[in-house]
Unconditional design. Structure first.
Length: 275
């Protein structure tokens, strides 16, 4: 799928996630001449990409406002919003879509900082976007048109899958599951490697086994149509070694209950950040 915009796209923030989006857009055919980046200190890798592709960096807001950008993507930290967004108010118009990926920053807060009449989408991507295997869930305010919604889906889809929720508070639950979720999986790999060491395996071999097992199982989930429950059952012989381990993981106080507590804590923290 090729991304085509008739008017400029402004990317505010060129860190890991902003950089991943930029790389994805360019890979999907978005013309570099249509992209404008604002970031006082982009990551070295993205700074090289910007220079190589001739993308304007830290342009004048007045100059870009005159060109009526189609989309402004806000990829900055939530704590930077109050300082950065007011100066972008000149870009607000019915023809400009704002997409924010800042955790905990509500659509109402965006409008408070940017001014009235805002057409905005709040989105929660996750870090696998850096390898084009992310998933982003978005929520649009009432002003966003059908065309702008499609535009948002196209841009966010350049780094993975896209889903939508109609109720904004559900973004906090999305944050707890997919936004923070990669860290849970990485921690699983850490724990599996440590468990292997405790069983007497060489640390390097145990780390390799954990890494390959987690990534391989994830690839099966990605490629195969079976549900996670079916895939689990396919690996589990009655009375076998896997069943013995699952008796612990699926028992009282096991993984399911731990994840419910963990994701509830993440959701609650997301709500706190938005207040």
């Amino acid at each position: 799928m090729t991304i085509v915009l008739q008017r400029p796209l402004v990317l505010v923030g060129a860190g890991k996630m902003g950089g991943a989006l930029l790389s994805g857009w360019l890979a999907q055919g978005l013309a570099p001449r249509q992209v404008f980046v604002r970031d006082p200190a982009p990551s070295p890798e993205i700074a090289r990409l910007i220079a190589e592709r001739g993308i304007p960096l830290n342009f004048s807001i007045a100059d870009i406002a005159a060109r009526k950008p189609a989309v402004v993507v806000l990829a900055i930290k939530p704590q930077s919003m109050a300082a950065v967004l007011p100066e972008l108010g000149a870009l607000v118009s019915p023809d400009t879509l704002f997409i924010s990926i800042a955790a905990g920053t509500s659509l109402l807060r965006l409008e408070e900082l940017l001014g009235g009449g805002l057409h905005a989408v709040r989105a929660m991507p996750n870090t696998p976007a850096s390898v084009s295997r992310g998933i982003t869930v978005a929520c649009a305010n009432a002003r966003v048109t059908a065309e702008q919604r499609e535009q948002a889906a196209s841009l966010l889809g350049a780094v993975g899958e896209v889903g939508w929720v109609e109720s904004e508070p559900l973004i906090d639950a999305v944050t707890a599951i997919s936004g923070s979720g990669p860290a849970y999986v990485f921690h699983l790999a850490e724990c599996l490697a440590a468990a292997g060491e405790a069983l007497g395996l060489d640390p390097e071999l145990s780390a390799r086994l954990a890494r390959a097992t987690v990534s391989g199982a994830g690839e099966m989930l990605y490629r195969l149509d079976e549900t996670p429950a079916t895939l689990r059952k396919n690996v589990t012989s009655p009375g076998g070694t896997t069943a013995a381990a699952l008796d612990i993981l699926m028992g009282e106080g096991g993984l399911s209950q731990l994840l419910r507590r963990a994701t509830a804590a993440a959701r609650d923290r997301s709500r706190e950040l938005g207040q």
